[in-house]
Write a protein that binds this ligand. Structure first.
Ligand code: SF4
Ligand code: SF4
Length: 455
């Protein structure tokens, strides 16, 4: 693999000038309670929990409604109090069969009461009475998963038997348009630092570093002000604004200055990486007995009132588009679930009314963009994709192998190391859909390995 060091990690790009983030990061988080929610038993791609409630049941806020049925899944709780109106069975050709629980929200539910005016939102908490085991159980009970997009159950990471030195808190939020992590750092700084302190204990680590890109200096200052008056082993570090700074491996390269060996996990280097919203979720569960039932999500792009919203998990995407004033572009559009670089296109040329499904624990944003037809042309061997690939791969070579359906060659070219960041496709002058084809090849290789017992 050829590698080129740029910025603080290999490769990378500047996909925007930052003005896209200004659409939504200038105003406080809005709080929204829908009349009806739809909570999916698949909260991260391909991982399905088992529904344990029935139509007609009354559920209380935070009641357990889904339990793990396979590795990689987590508890799921009622994110509003109310009555279960329906349980929809979804049969998806990619993701399999799973239930979606539809709940009609009680009229008197006020989401604001969940989080404001709590002692851990105003001061640093003494955590000496919590043991590592209690905190890992809290993560498990609270259904806490990585909220940066991966959706992996947090307790599994922290149960490691490796010696952990450092917890890295991923607050880079390097995707264009998304600002939900930025806003929660500005508005929930005590919760976050209290949560990070708990994570240090849960990992039996020595210290933590909260890592932000330097386009969020105001949030860094806010966190730093709290830490200055404490003796907590937590640092705040500003990193270059460069995509994909928030990739787990890229963050470790940038901060720890070490590379994770191929096929290994960060714990091999004595590191655990957790998203900043996940730290807040742990504080909410530990100090407020609130499982992961809400999240902050950015609704932005071509909508009339871009903003961040704190909403119950399961809030309908249609409702959020409508709450944001509706779609503001007349021409062709596409709606992305997640960020524009790594998210999934869930609709094209939509008026915002026909979106299916609700907010997941991993939903960082809904971004409405203009759309245009992409016409691929033959590769001109310019090498740009190779120069920007943060994984040090040769995307054009893997792409050729993928088109030939030669998975063995894809594997030899380390397709499984692709982090699906999309940087290669972004810079390709021939507009080749490199990331898309390489990601499909990567997933197919993993599927085959799984069928062959991991080989
Ligand atoms: S999508 Fe994969 S191959 Fe393309 S730049 Fe990112 S890591 Fe490299
Ligand atoms: S950037 Fe596009 S045109 Fe250039 S080498 Fe890569 S695939 Fe080929």
């Amino acid at each position: 693999m050829k590698r080129q060091l740029k910025s603080y990690f290999y490769g990378g790009i500047h996909p925007s000038d930052g003005t896209d983030k200004l659409l939504s990061n200038q105003t406080p988080i809005k709080y929204y309670v829908p009349k009806r929610i739809e909570i999916s038993m698949m909260q991260s791609i391909g991982h399905v929990s088992k529904c344990i409630v029935d139509i007609g049941d009354r559920v209380t806020l935070g009641q357990l409604i889904g339990i793990p049925q396979e590795f990689g899944t987590a508890n799921i709780h009622a994110s509003v109090p109310g009555i279960i109106l329906d349980i929809i069975k979804v049969d998806d050709e990619h993701d399999g069969v799973y239930d979606v629980v539809v709940i009609e929200t009680d009229n008197n539910f006020d989401i604001n009461e969940l989080y404001h005016n709590k002692d851990y939102s105003k001061q640093l908490k003494d955590i000496s009475s919590y043991s590592r085991e209690t905190l890992i159980s809290s993560m498990k009970d609270g259904g806490i998963i990585g909220m940066g997009g991966a959706g992996f159950p947090t307790h599994i990471k922290y149960e490691t038997n490796k010696t952990i030195d450092t917890v890295l808190i991923n607050a880079a939020e390097c995707e264009p348009y998304l600002t939900c992590d930025h806003r929660i750092m500005l508005e929930f700084p005590f919760e976050i630092i209290n949560g990070v302190n708990l994570m240090i204990k849960a990992a039996n680590a020595n210290k933590a570093t909260i890592c932000l890109e330097d386009n969020k200096a105001d949030a860094a200052k806010k966190l730093q002000e709290i830490l200055e008056n404490s003796n907590l082993p937590i640092k705040v570090k500003l990193l270059a604004t460069r995509y994909p700074q928030g990739g787990e491996r890229q963050l470790i390269q940038a901060v720890i200055k070490k590379e994770i060996p191929i096929g290994k996990l960060p714990a091999e280097l004595g590191v655990i990486v957790s998203n900043v919203a996940t730290a807040k979720a742990l504080a909410d569960m530990t100090f407020n007995e609130t499982p992961l039932i809400t999240r902050c999500i950015t609704i932005t792009g071509f909508v009339n009132k871009p903003s961040n919203y704190m909403v119950p998990i399961g809030t309908l995407l249609n409702d959020l588009i409508s709450e944001s004033g509706g779609i503001s572009i007349d021409g062709d559009n596409k709606i992305i679930h997640g960020g524009p670089m790594t998210g999934t296109c869930i609709a094209s040329n939509s008026n915002g009314n026909g979106l299916i499904g609700g907010v997941l624990k991993i939903s960082s944003g809904i971004v409405v963009l203009g759309d245009e037809e992409i016409i691929e042309s033959p590769c001109i061997r310019c090498g740009r994709c190779e120069r920007v690939c943060p994984a040090g791969l040769a995307p054009f070579k893997i792409d050729f192998a993928a088109i030939e359906n030669d998975l063995s060659l894809c594997d030899k070219l380390y397709a499984t190391e692709c982090i699906s960041c999309g940087a290669c496709s972004y810079v390709c002058p021939a507009r080749r859909e490199l990331a898309w084809r390489i990601t499909i090849a990567k997933n197919e290789i993993f599927n085959q390995r799984h069928k062959n017992g991991g080989k």
